[in-house]
Design a protein around this ligand. Structure first.
Ligand code: FNR
Length: 361
């Protein structure tokens, strides 16, 4: 029986357990320079010590215009590579592993940091924001109108993803995750709700998925053969009454991506447009289950999974191979160590850091 504590090998990476840290923006970089700081060292360091098998570092811009907010991290220059390297070194020194989520936010770029006391919506150019780009000049409801990407603009996006992936390798990351979910640029191309193009990047399923496939191929070509390439995908837009992105298309896309060298997927939902989402514990797991069963690729489930028994139950039922934790991991940085205790491991079997190992408990 697969346990949360069972290792999983993805390409050449031996990941010690099935509890992964979901990517979560911290909005703690200095305004505009995208360089991770002490906050990021402590945030990721604590969760490496806390026993997560693989940390996925937050949405990290492949270019300045690709950042979600002015305080997001980036991987478009050498100062950022150096700063990330300090973090990956620390994680490795604790026996941890860390990947990075590469993102272009498209029409959802240049928004205010999602922190208390900040406004919501687009930070305009006058207020220090920047011009945003999308597949079409169609705004995310409530955000600024994007400029439609030209064919040269699309080519630059592909090259920026590849260059950022190559920098991620040099920064010491163990895996690269492509952010194809939550209504950011790659998802914007997938969904007919945002993609109204009439060229080879719009219209048919083949055309709307083209950019995602090209980005996956471009990244695969620059990272080592042994390094996992992971994709995060929203399985559905949760929209029934007009053409949109759904789980049938997700299954087809994931099978295509698997052939192109994507090794694992993390299945989330939503984000392309406002929608009514039936949020409850494990509400996205059925989509992960479908992808895992029909495509046969290592699949992570995520979304309101907070309890050890709940997470283990999903592995027991074959719903997913991996459980990614978001908010529970913010509140409980050592969730995996506690899970090991709950699953009956003794103190000597749990990988506590030496400084925490004392005592009978
Ligand atoms: C997120 N989420 C998110 N997702 C993503 O793909 N990239 C990101 O950078 C972020 N940023 C982010 C910040 C914060 C503060 C939160 C709470 C969430 C979504 C996250 O990875 C996860 O999918 C959801 O939070 C649902 O899982 P939980 O929190 O219910 O376990």
């Amino acid at each position: 029986m697969t346990s949360l504590l069972t290792p999983i090998a993805i390409r050449g990476l031996e990941i010690p357990n099935r509890m992964w840290l979901a990517p979560m923006c911290q909005y703690q970089a200095n305004n505009l320079d995208g360089v991770p700081l002490d906050w990021h060292l402590v945030h990721y360091g604590a969760r490496a010590v806390g026993g997560f098998g693989l940390l996925i570092a937050e949405s990290t811009g492949i270019s300045p215009e690709g950042r979600i907010s002015s305080r997001c991290t980036g991987l478009w220059n050498e100062a950022q590579v150096e700063a990330w390297e300090r973090i990956t070194n620390f994680v490795h020194a604790q026996g941890g592993l860390i990947g990075v989520q590469l993102n272009h936010a498209g029409r959802k770029a240049s928004t205010y940091p999602a922190l208390p006391n900040f406004p919501t919506g687009t930070q305009s150019v006058d207020e220090g924001g920047w011009e945003t780009f999308g597949p079409s000049a169609v705004a995310q409801p409530g955000l600024a109108d994007p400029t439609e990407l030209t064919r040269e603009g699309i080519e630059k996006v592909i090259q920026d993803f590849a260059a950022a992936a190559e920098r991620a390798v040099r920064a010491g990351f163990d895996a690269v995750e492509v952010h194809g979910a939550h209504g950011y640029l790659l998802h914007q191309f997938l969904t007919p709700l945002a993609n109204k193009r009439t060229d080879i990047y719009g219209g048919s399923f083949e055309n709307r998925t083209r950019l995602f496939r090209e980005v996956a191929q471009a990244i695969r070509a620059v990272i080592p053969d042994s390094m996992p390439l992971i994709a995060r995908i929203s399985a559905t837009d949760w929209i029934d009454d007009e053409p949109s992105w759904d789980d049938d298309q997700t299954v087809s896309l994931v099978s295509d991506l698997k052939k192109l060298g994507v090794d694992a997927v993390d299945i989330s939902t939503g984000g392309a447009v406002p929608a009514t989402i039936p949020v409850e514990p494990s509400y996205q797991v059925k989509f992960a289950r479908r992808v895992k069963q029909e495509v046969g690729i290592p699949t992570s489930a995520v979304g309101l999974i907070t309890h050890v028994g709940q997470a283990q139950g999903h592995l027991d039922r074959g719903d997913a191979d991996i459980i990614s934790l978001g908010r529970a991991a913010l509140r409980y940085p050592s969730w995996p160590l506690f899970a090991a205790h709950e699953l009956g491991k003794t103190r000597d079997e749990i990988p506590y850091p030496p400084s925490y190992a004392r005592g009978a408990w």
